[in-house]
Design a protein around this ligand. Sequence first.
Ligand SMILES: Nc1ncnc2c1ncn2[C@@H]1O[C@H](COP(=O)(O)OP(=O)(O)OP(=O)(O)O)[C@@H](O)[C@H]1O
Ligand SMILES: CC(C)(CO)[C@@H](O)C(=O)NCCC(=O)O
Ligand SMILES: [K+]
Length: 246
Amino acid sequence: MGQVLELDVGNTAIKWRCLATDGAVLGSGRLVGDVQGVDELLLPDINLVRIASVAHSDREEQLKSLLVSSGVKYLVATSQVECAGLRSAYEDASKLGVDRWLAMVAAFKECRGACVVIDAGTALTIDVVDAHGQHQGGYILPGIELLLKVLNDGTGKVRFGQERARTIAPGINTDTCVHNGKWLSLLGAVWLALKEADLIIGGRYDVFITGGDGLALKELGGAAAESWHFSESLVLDGLAPVLTKA
Ligand SMILES: Nc1ncnc2c1ncn2[C@@H]1O[C@H](COP(=O)(O)OP(=O)(O)OP(=O)(O)O)[C@@H](O)[C@H]1O
Ligand SMILES: CC(C)(CO)[C@@H](O)C(=O)NCCC(=O)O
Ligand SMILES: [K+]
């Protein structure tokens, strides 16, 4: 087997990494904009592309036609009923976002126990898995950028600039009220979800966090979040197990 290119096509960006035959990471990055950018990643040594996509179907079609014309073999991951001991809570498992499924597969594979899996990307998703690998369900909320957009679009006077300091202290002007409020919203949701998880799966679970705002959220969580496992590549880590089993 030659090199493998893995793609996590999100609603904002495409995260990618290139793996050697032995699984070593040869390179990784984040592409914003057109799927055409993927073309430059298709180096001659790559003979398989593994894909996770939650993007609009026309973006997916563009990506597929790019791959077809390059002639490289590709596999697209889908959410399953069961994989590697993990079982979906969804009535229709195929409707669960594949990024959530992949992140849970990767997290459960690593801890083999109860876990809460957080993805702070375009959306904030939080999923709860019990010690037997049974997914107990989850949450979908707007992420940081969507929160700002909704406030800007839905109000006449909430106008704000760039974030200056990352904190959840009460704000003293519109800028700090909005920016501190956006972090309060995400962190508050996570704390409450963890309390809910305490009730459902008991107090002993690992917390995994990923996504563009994942590290910021963990840092804001302070001492209580010190044990959370932050990984940039949790979604990509789920690709090989899901596609090998499929
Ligand atoms: N280098 C960066 N460029 C852009 N956004 C970034 C960057 N680093 C962190 N972010 C944050 O990441 C968030 C986007 O999440 P992410 O990087 O997971 O991308 P995404 O493609 O939207 O993912 P998904 O749709 O899979 O959730 C933005 O809200 C932004 O605040
Ligand atoms: C929630 C997002 C946008 C997070 O990336 C993605 O997982 C998705 O499009 N999910 C489909 C809906 C669902 O998971 O129920
Ligand atoms: K994601």
